[in-house]
Design a binder for this molecule. Structure first.
Ligand code: GCU
Length: 650
């Protein structure tokens, strides 16, 4: 293909119509056909955004029924490059598996005293707000929307789920400013959502109560929703963190989460809006002495009994694990407990517990494991199926409106590289691609990102750059896991440094419910039915039994489910204590290998990117050594068991 001629056509121009004649056909035709009915998921009312791609003798026609869907088709062609035209004749339908694909920004308008402007943000300040208000210049927001459209994300919540007093006002007096953000996102088909406070009727409306069953409260929310949609006609909906870590919620009135969610659902329903209601609910003022209370159980205990009671436009948004975005934890049993509820999977693209964008940690493989997990065993539906609306019971599908899709906490800020660590951009890319098609191979997705991000002079990535980036990134999540908390036990992070770096007992005697119970004899949390908290019983068969039994529990989750002696022998053949030593020493060596690999690219990577990555890699090594030395020393001192290989432990 020598030159590319592209045209954008309306219905009349599709397939060589009035605008483009047969003798003057463009190489690429993008045709908007609002009446197209033959594209699954691409109906005019759908947010799904599917498109059709026809390749005929080297010419490509993309057809979609909405502008957003057509954009997705355009970016698909961009991603393929020359390959879009070179392949054999084809007629393909591309439909996103998940209808709702969303990013949640934990951005504050103001700078929070100890969280900064972006809660758990590692890429500078907010792209939406500066100096206590919505930014004057929102051009970067439009660039961001283009970036999201390129990976298939079409919804963004623009403020923190912890809604502080200043941010609450986005719902009322700041609506014209919200409308400006929505206008900046709209050209690329990205819809705006707001996180709202359940107490808003009182704090903003001056009502004496926020009781979800109170008529005045219901009227207040209806009027609030009417005002929002009047200002932003394509507004998406509300996101709510209620009765969680101090946020207000329905419990104060003796009501449950279905009452709370349905209150807002009723208000947004006339506008076609959605309520994302988070299931991240647990007791955050626990007594560490109380061994019976298990934070992992909490979301299921609160939400599973409510299955079937949520309105059709409520999506219950469930963190992938029962604890809190750990490097490794079991898949949340809530995902398989609510067949009559629209469920969304919530991931964390921002690397709160996975290296805070100081460490290289490509999360595609971890998300892929979660999405492909089959709660009912090998022949059953996967988590991706559940959030697509195809749960275990096909005869009784979830709400007519489909599944709840996927949401994730964004890793983007006003940093020059968008994500702090330039290689963390791959996580944003992978999130979007897996949201579109959860069955994609995460290594192949990384391959796309590498090719698109590091093109050589001829437009193709140099083989050496390609191979080296794979060497640096493919296994980086497992490398991170190897030098941090072992065998699924979780946490062990520093409370003082906002969860960055090691502190084995940092949360051991705290109120947060995140314990490892290490003593001189052993470590781990007994979550069995036989002798522990009973958490294993929240899973359907076969997992309830697989996790219950030491003989079948996978090594990587052993300490998540069991308390075992240090001498316990893993399936891998090594003991728990020796595993801790071996993985921590090996992890640091892998970081050294990563650095050597990256440095071999000297001169082949743009200088500013190279400099930033080198700076981060140096910090990663310092931090990995600290993790290794603290963890190996801690467990040597606790257990008294020396390293079989005699390495230095302090
Ligand atoms: C984690 C995180 C908090 C956040 C919370 C949430 O606990 O540390 O900053 O508010 O998750 O998901 O709501």
């Amino acid at each position: 293909m020598a030159t590319l001629r592209a045209e954008l056509g309306g219905a009349a121009s599709a397939h060589g119509g009035a605008v483009v004649g047969p003798d003057d056909s463009p190489d690429l035709l993008l045709a908007l056909e609002p009446s197209a009915r033959d594209i699954p998921g691409a109906g005019p009312d759908s947010s799904a955004g599917g498109f059709r791609l026809v390749r005929d003798d080297g010419r490509v026609t993309v057809t979609a029924s909405s502008a957003t869907a057509l954009l997705h088709g355009w970016f698909h062609v961009v991603r393929l490059g020359a390959a879009a035209f070179d392949g054999p004749d084809a007629d393909e339908r591309h439909t996103p598996a998940l209808g709702l694909r969303m990013l949640d920004h934990w951005d504050n308008v103001d700078v929070h005293p100890y969280m900064g402007q972006v809660e758990r943000g590692y890429a500078g300040g907010s792209i939406f707000y500066a100096d206590g208000r919505v930014r004057e210049d929102l051009s970067r927001v439009t660039t961001y929307a283009r970036l999201l459209a390129a990976v298939g994300i079409d919804r963004v919540a623009i403020n923190n789920v912890n809604v502080h007093a200043r941010e609450a006002r986005l719902l009322t007096e700041d609506l014209p400013e919200v409308a400006r953000i929505a206008a900046a996102l709209r050209p690329y088909g990205v819809r705006t959502h707001l996180a709202v406070s359940f107490a808003a009727p009182m704090t903003l409306g001056g009502l004496p109560t926020s009781d979800p069953l109170d008529d005045g409260v219901r009227a207040w929310w209806r009027e609030a929703a009417d005002r929002v949609w009047a200002a932003v006609p394509d507004f998406g909906g509300f996101l709510v963190k209620a009765d969680s870590e101090g946020q207000p919620g329905p419990f104060a009135y003796g009501r449950d989460h279905a009452d709370g969610a349905n209150l807002l659902a009723e208000a947004v329903a006339p506008h076609g809006g959605v309520v994302h209601w988070r299931a991240f609910v647990y007791n955050h003022t626990q007594d560490w002495r109380d061994r019976a209370t298990d934070r992992a159980r909490a979301a299921y205990d609160h939400f599973a009994p409510l299955d079937g009671r949520f309105a059709d436009n409520v999506v219950v948004q469930v963190k992938h694990g029962p604890l809190d975005f750990q490097t490794r934890e079991a898949v949340s049993p809530v995902l398989s407990a609510m067949p009559r509820t629209r469920i969304a999977l919530e991931l964390q693209v921002t690397q709160e517990y996975t290296g805070q964008q100081q460490h290289v940690c490509y999360l595609g493989p971890w998300w892929s494991e979660n999405l492909s997990f089959r709660p009912w065993g090998h022949d059953g539906a996967s988590v991706a199926d559940v959030v697509a609306g195809h749960g275990p019971d096909a005869a009784r599908p979830v709400a007519a409106s489909g599944g709840g899709g996927i949401a994730a906490v964004s890793n983007v800020g006003d940093d020059a590289f968008w994500t702090g660590h330039p290689l963390a951009q791959a996580n944003l890319y992978a999130y979007g691609r897996l949201a579109w098609d959860p069955t994609l191979d995460p290594t192949a997705v990384l391959d796309e990102w590498i090719s698109l991000t590091f093109p050589g002079a001829d437009g193709a990535v140099a083989p050496r750059v390609h191979d080296t980036l794979h060497a640096v990134m493919d296994d980086s999540w497992r490398t991170y896991e190897s030098y941090t908390a072992p065998l699924g036990v979780g946490f062990m992070v520093s409370p003082l440094r906002a969860h960055y770096g090691p502190d084995v007992d940092g949360y051991e005697y705290s109120k947060w419910g995140t314990y490892h119970f290490a003593d001189r004899d052993g470590i781990g949390v007994d979550r069995t039915r036989a002798t522990g908290t009973g958490f294993t019983g929240q899973y359907p068969a076969p997992w309830r039994d697989v996790y219950e039994d030491l003989a079948t529990c996978p090594d990587e989750l052993l300490l998540f489910f069991h308390h075992v002696p240090y001498a316990h022998v893993l399936h891998s053949g090594t003991t728990v204590i020796q595993h801790v030593y071996d993985t921590h020493f090996a992890g640091v060596e892998r970081v050294r290998d990563t650095i050597a690999a990256w440095e071999s690219l000297s001169g082949s990577i743009p200088a500013d990117v190279d400099a930033r990555v080198r700076e981060r890699l140096a910090e990663q090594l310092r931090s990995a050594v600290e993790w290794r030395d603290q963890l190996t020393t801690y467990f040597f001192r606790k257990s008294g068991v020396p390293d079989a290989r005699g390495r230095t432990i302090y």
